[in-house]
Design a protein around this ligand. Sequence first.
Ligand SMILES: Cc1cc2nc3c(=O)[nH]c(=O)nc-3n(C[C@H](O)[C@H](O)[C@H](O)COP(=O)(O)OP(=O)(O)OC[C@H]3O[C@@H](n4cnc5c(N)ncnc54)[C@H](O)[C@@H]3O)c2cc1C
Length: 361
Amino acid sequence: MMYDYLIVGAGLAGSVLAERLHSIGKNVLVIDKRKHICGNCYDYYNKAGVLVHRYGPHYFRTNFEEVKDYLSQFTEWIPADYRIRSYINGKLYTFPINRNTLNEFFGVDLKTEEEAGVFLNSKRIKIKNPKNAEEQVLSLAGQEIYEAFFKNYTIKQWGIDPKKLNASVTARIPIRTNTDDRYFNDSFQAMPKDGYTKLFERLLKGIEVRLNTSFREVKNKIMYKELIYTGPIDEFFNYKFGRLPYRSLKFKFETYNKEFYQDWVQINYPNNYKFTRIVEIKHVTGQKIPRTTIVKEYPCSRGESFYPFPAPEAQQLYLKYKNETEKLKNVYFIGRLAEYKYLNMDQVVKRALDLFNQLIP
Ligand SMILES: Cc1cc2nc3c(=O)[nH]c(=O)nc-3n(C[C@H](O)[C@H](O)[C@H](O)COP(=O)(O)OP(=O)(O)OC[C@H]3O[C@@H](n4cnc5c(N)ncnc54)[C@H](O)[C@@H]3O)c2cc1C
């Protein structure tokens, strides 16, 4: 049997492309080395009947209308209230930093955006072009905010000095002068009504999927015309230039016989404990059940490859692999592992739709 496309990875990139190609009559095979579809978006009901996210909380949000419209064919949505807090010196503070955080943390009474702007200005350290994650926060919010909310969290999360990390690491988190306390700024913020796994089941309906199947095992056994590869790019090339570094996480789930454990979907613990955050996903899945499950996240260097390392040396190594891809024909690298880039879900869907348009103009 000759497939038009072999797709490696049943995560978001692979599943969206599989759906698009299947919809125009292409003969597609999807393989994944894991025992489930859905990649890192995988969710399931645990023994206590609580819907949990296996690989860390996945908060869907987007500014891309096209992505929202596309996914809406496969799911209804529940509006999501992503509001989190940060635990500093025994108190919970609004996070990301906004005017309320400034008032609570510094004991001031800033009433307007202008006042908050002037106050932040007085705290800022003037750095023209912040070159790293530390300078990024110092230049926006100053030393006290950096020390309390960012420094130790970043060290725990990445295991190295924030000075060695790209400025983009901390630039992802807004610092606001208004009182908006949503975690994100995106215009659409919602969770798939029946969860991510159900959404993926609908995307992959009618498509041949082989689980527990790694590319290495089958690459010489399956016949295909074109390959879409969403696995790690260094693995594809047998690590010939060395391994790309990743940061991993260990998840410790705990279930309680009560409706909620904490008041927020996420509480960050920058300075205490070995974990970085406690997430109670039930706050945003909309599930009504008298039990709840929380998860504590412990960053570590070994384990599943979660976060591409946001440092210049890692990027240089990636570019060596990327150069190799340009020598190949009919092979497409897409997604967070194949492009060695931290990408949110909506960015991955957008890239998959764009690649489809490029493949089938
Ligand atoms: C802890 C964490 C939290 C996140 N939270 C959010 C969030 O809140 N909001 C958001 O928008 N995004 C979030 N993301 C990002 C989100 O997970 C990604 O955008 C999305 O999963 C990327 O999809 P993908 O298809 O590129 O990769 P993946 O989901 O990783 O899928 C790749 C698939 O390929 C398979 N594979 C790899 N190698 C092989 C091989 N050799 N053979 C066969 N199969 C293989 C893997 O098993 C995997 O299933 C988070 C990511 C992490 C790690």
